[in-house]
Design a protein around this ligand. Structure first.
Ligand SMILES: Cc1cc2nc3c(=O)[nH]c(=O)nc-3n(C[C@H](O)[C@H](O)[C@H](O)COP(=O)(O)O)c2cc1C
Length: 181
């Protein structure tokens, strides 16, 4: 078997409730195949669109979606997950989560981890072009970029609605190429 020459990293993968959330499974799987350890945190809405169990199966690690779940019986549960991570990648990121991040809101575990992190945050947005071009979203993206958050994509392409334009989530391999692995 060919071994990866990159050093194994602990990657926290945040998944939001986008039509592109199935692509996060390919990303998780590709990262695991490259020898990285992946733990997934889904927004509560994402957990309605895609099962956290699928991420557990692919990553062989527990997938989290509840801020107040059993895994977090101790108040510093989010801190131990933050401390574990070498980098935090939110893919796909919705307009909603981008807005909350820009405002420092922590009303779910995915967001709390972004604010309590000590590591770099990478965001791969996914949304319809009309949302990506919206003034609120433009301002929120600019604010996050100016505080050091790295954006990967989105790219031009076919969107969930069937239209074509900017807003399509980057493919897993393109995201991986842009991560410091
Ligand atoms: C099937 C479906 C697909 C969606 N796709 C997107 C999307 O790609 N991008 C986006 O910004 N919002 C999308 N939404 C809307 C978000 O799910 C909604 O704004 C939600 O509140 C986001 O929550 P979250 O950011 O906590 O995951 C979609 C909703 C549904 C039901």
């Amino acid at each position: 078997m060919r071994r990866s020459r990159t050093k194994s990293k602990n990657i926290l993968l945040g998944v939001c409730s986008s039509a592109a959330c199935f692509k996060a499974l390919s990303l998780a799987s590709a990262l695991v195949k490259k020898g990285h350890e992946v733990k997934t945190v889904l927004s509560p809405s994402a957990a309605k669109l895609i099962s956290p169990q699928l991420f557990s199966a692919v990553t062989k690690n527990e997938a989290f979606s509840e801020q107040f779940g059993e895994s977090f019986a101790f108040s510093d549960g989010h801190i131990s997950l933050s401390d574990w991570a070498d980098l935090y990648v939110i893919a796909p990121a919705t307009a909603n989560t981008i807005g909350k991040l820009a405002a420092g809101i922590c009303d779910n575990l995915l967001l709390t981890l972004a604010v309590s992190r000590r590591v770099k945050l990478f965001i791969a947005p996914a949304m319809e072009s009309v949302m990506w071009k919206n003034g609120f979203v433009r301002e929120n993206v600019a604010k996050l970029k100016s505080s050091g958050v790295r954006f990967i994509g989105p790219v031009n392409g076919r969107l969930a609605s069937g239209s074509t334009g900017p807003g399509r989530m980057s493919e897993a391999e393109d995201i991986i190429k842009k991560l410091p692995l």
